[in-house]
Design a protein around this ligand. Structure first.
Ligand SMILES: [Zn+2]
Length: 88
């Protein structure tokens, strides 16, 4: 793991291509340590794709890899994802 990272707002473009709502504003619970916080606070590392790590325990929260004709999304590090939606 590199020491160079940016905050979770870096994920907006990659996730905005998949989801109709802004996931960086979502609140996630880390499966590693239980920390609850906005995805925008994650530490994002650029490798073959984007890897978002928990700012407390450094566990992988999510990974996004963009291929020419598809996107691979790994959310196994998020125990829960809370998304705000308009009231029904
Ligand atoms: Zn954690």
């Amino acid at each position: 793991m590199s020491d160079t990272w940016v905050d979770g707002n870096m994920l907006a473009g990659a996730l905005g291509e998949i989801f109709a709502i802004d996931l960086t504003a979502a609140v996630g619970r880390c499966a590693g340590c239980g920390r609850v916080g906005p995805i925008a606070e994650a530490r994002v590392y650029q490798a073959a794709g984007l890897v978002a790590r928990c700012p407390r325990c450094a566990s992988v929260l999510l990974r996004v890899v963009r291929a020419p004709d598809r996107v691979y999304l790994d959310l196994h590090g998020l125990a829960l994802l809370e998304l705000a939606v308009p009231s029904a």
